[in-house]
Design a protein. Structure first.
Length: 296
């Protein structure tokens, strides 16, 4: 740690997986006094050599914390288990574990009952992006706004910090929504490569560049969908309507059959499109399919 470390906010970090370790190194590099705990103690050895202190137990780490306690664990159940045996009164908790909005809200409520304040977070970055602002990584935060503002400088050390609302569940909701969109994109990429994979003379690197450029160009359609959902007019600004896209889906399916590719990654969404057209909304864009996904 550098000679300015005593003026920096002390940080306690629970969890030293790949992301937790990246967070730890970012705080050490920025000169924050750091205490770490991990279920497997050996993972802390390298960080100790770099200047971190270790705690024997999670409860012990929390009990001596004089600054925010960050949690970067496997899942919601791991967070609940770790906090169950800790004295939380007067503590500031920052949960950076990927979890559900409902569990985040419940955790904020229970933390408050135990005298603690909680920010829930969703990390939109992979470990190599942590501590490197030029990569564009950031973290969603929601819950106690005053707590966010008090520790903003510390929160911005590993990645950009974006407050998304006083509802403790909103950071997790934003996080999971974006990850869900990413998963759908990966499904499309996998299908695209499956179509071309058996072609002997096809230049895969060139195809990959074309694919990523095309996806980047199409990503802006999310802004138009948001505008339609906001206005309630699903025909606003439509260039390719559902009727046309649904008719075109036949070509996508026929090509998959010709290439001996299973279309299972595409057919569920195609069925939603077909259903919306059957309801008499063929002149709309894709925004109308959003309502078909609701289960309420």
């Amino acid at each position: 740690m550098d000679h300015h470390s005593t003026s920096k906010t002390p940080v306690t970090l629970l969890g030293l997986g790949d992301m937790g370790t990246a967070l730890a190194r970012a705080y050490l590099a920025a000169g924050h006094p750091l205490t770490v705990w991990n279920r497997t103690p050996g993972k802390a050895e390298a960080l100790v050599r770099e200047g971190a202190r270790t705690a024997d137990t999670a409860a012990g780490a929390v009990s001596v914390a004089t600054g925010p306690v960050l949690l970067c664990l496997l899942d919601d159940a791991s967070v609940d288990e770790v906090l169950a045996g800790a004295e939380l009164n007067g503590k500031d908790l920052v949960n950076l574990t990927t979890g559900t909005p409902a569990r985040a809200r419940e955790r904020a409520r229970r933390s408050g009952e135990r005298g603690a304040r909680l920010l829930d977070g969703g990390i939109m970055a992979v470990p190599p992006m942590i501590g490197r602002p030029e990569t564009g990584g950031y973290v969603f935060y929601s819950g106690d706004r005053e707590l966010f503002e008090r520790h903003r400088e510390m929160l911005e050390v590993p990645a950009g910090a974006m407050f998304v609302g006083g509802d403790p569940g909103h950071a997790a909701l934003y996080d999971v929504a974006l990850l869900s969109a990413m998963t759908g994109m990966f499904a499309g990429i996998a299908h695209a490569f499956a179509l071309v994979n058996e072609e002997k003379d096809l230049d895969r690197p060139r195809f990959a560049r074309l694919l990523t450029d095309w996806l980047g160009a199409m990503a802006g359609s999310g802004l138009g969908m948001a505008a339609q959902l906001e206005s309630g007019d699903y025909t606003e600004g439509v260039v390719s309507n559902l009727a046309m896209m649904t008719a075109g889906n036949r070509t996508l399916l026929d090509t998959a059959a010709d290439q001996s590719v299973d279309p299972r990654l595409l057919t569920p969404y195609m069925e939603l499109m077909r259903q919306r057209v059957a309801q008499g909304h063929g002149d709309e864009g894709l925004a109308g399919t959003v309502g078909l996904l609701g289960t309420g």
